[in-house]
Design a protein around this ligand. Structure first.
Ligand code: SF4
Length: 434
């Protein structure tokens, strides 16, 4: 009986697969189109730090593993910082053809940030393909707006459709502020995932399903998942190998072999097209722009601010308090990632209270960051409200500026520096800050 049903389904699937394959071939989404991959790329905007479930293979120290980006850690950006990051990335690379939100937690455990980011990006880039990757628990209420925003692709990770198997994979699920565990957690998650998949297809959104193949846990079940999601209209399936991660329930399980993945793909392909070219997604890691720079960019900044301003007495060390600065050195980054001095700008006259700092903000309006060895509360506040982040730091100017441009962790950048954002490092030694 099962065999007959499978064969009938296979015939219907062949026609549908051809249609889907043609559609996916045309898309510029680098994940869906293996041919376009070398020339095109997806940029992930990490605006979603929280997660609403606990997968037993995830220790939350890296980006959502359902996205298959092991060992990638994204700094979290606010929606506006994310747009700023994208704008800068677009100026560096012509290859960005898809913008995605995939974590580092789950996009819909952070729905406000996720939806705001998608709105901002759609507003700025009306033609840009958008995609989202989620575990599906909280996706349902947002599908209509995703369709309105023309989010073209949604990836759902569905590791099981049988709650008895799901209970082995998920420790807990938090839904509507209530915690669920064991079989209840699995039942709820699977129900929401399948409802979301159905609704996505009704709304005309391309749906990819990811399955993490976990040996001994769900490897024998993946074909059943494939059959079910195909029946609900999923467009393509990606079987992801399981990699063990320390400090997780599954840390001692065997990893999935390439042969096992291949075998499961072959068996599942009777029901649904397979994504095979996508090994380990390094879309973000490969981007030439580092997130740290955008994370350090001011919250209110929407303009493109390519420069970093520095106050230093002799132009080698950062050793000058903001209140004492007579000029600011302006640095940029060239195509090779090297920091270059662009210009020196005069500081406004001392005195004049707040007006002086407003004038400085105008002088530095193309700078996202100002590096000084000390700063008072009042100027810091004025500069912050004008979109300039003030970082109090000491050290060799070129080393620090290059480090910031290339996304290094500031704490690792200098051995002896005291690093603060804003005025907290002001020791009162600086003059003329009023
Ligand atoms: S969905 Fe699972 S893998 Fe992704 S962040 Fe949450 S717990 Fe980790």
């Amino acid at each position: 009986m099962f065999k007959q049903r499978r064969n009938a389904s296979s015939v219907a699937c062949t026609y549908r697969q051809k249609k889907i394959a043609m559609t996916l071939k045309r898309t510029s989404h680098s994940c869906f189109n293996g041919v376009s991959r070398p020339k095109s790329g997806r940029i992930n905007l990490p605006v979603a730090p929280n997660c609403n479930i606990q997968c037993n293979y995830c220790n939350r120290k890296f980006d959502c593993l359902n996205e298959n980006r092991p060992e990638v850690i994204s700094k979290v950006l606010s929606p506006r910082q994310a747009l700023y990051h994208l704008e800068k990335a677009m100026t560096f690379s012509q290859n960005i053809t898809v913008v995605g939100i995939a974590g580092p937690g789950d996009p819909f455990a952070n729905p406000d940030e996720t939806m705001e980011t998608l709105r901002l990006v759609r507003d700025k880039y009306p033609e840009m393909p958008l995609c989202v990757s989620t575990n599906g628990l909280d996706l349902l209420p947002y599908i209509d707006e995703l369709a309105r925003l023309q989010v073209s692709h949604v990836t759902l990770t569905i590791n099981a459709i049988d709650p008895q198997i799901g209970r082995e994979i998920y420790s807990w699920v938090r839904y509507n502020k209530k915690m669920y565990q064991d079989i209840d957690a699995a039942k709820l998650l699977i129900k929401k995932q399948l409802e979301s998949l159905t609704r996505l297809k009704e709304a005309g959104v391309t749906a990819k399903v990811n399955v993490t193949v976990i040996p001994g846990i769900n490897d024998f079940h993946v074909i059943t998942v494939a059959s079910k999601v195909a029946e609900l209209g999923a467009d393509i399936l990606q079987c992801l190998p399981f990699y063990h991660t320390k400090e997780t329930v599954f840390e001692n399980l065997y990893e999935t072999s390439a042969e096992m993945v291949q075998e499961i793909q072959d068996a599942s392909s009777r029901f649904i097209p397979q994504m095979k070219h996508h090994t380990r997604c390094r879309a973000d890691a490969a981007m030439m722009l580092k997130l740290a720079e955008s994370a350090a960019s001011p919250e209110k900044t929407l303009e493109y601010r390519p420069y970093i301003a520095v106050s230093g007495i002799e132009g080698v060390m950062m050793n000058q308090h903001l209140g004492e600065a007579e000029r600011f050195l302006i640095y940029s980054m060239d195509d090779t990632g090297k920091c270059i001095l662009v210009s020196a700008r005069e500081a406004p006259q001392t005195g004049g209270g707040e007006q002086r700092w407003k004038e400085l903000a105008e002088t530095l309006k193309d700078c996202g960051t100002l590096l000084v060895s000390g700063a008072g509360n009042s100027p810091t506040k004025v500069l912050n409200t004008h979109g300039i982040e003030v970082i109090v730091i000491e050290g060799v100017i070129k080393k620090v500026v290059s480090g910031i441009f290339s996304g290094q962790d500031l704490k690792e950048l200098l051995h002896r520096s005291q690093i603060h954002s804003g005025s907290s490092n002001c020791n009162g030694m600086g003059k003329n800050c009023g």
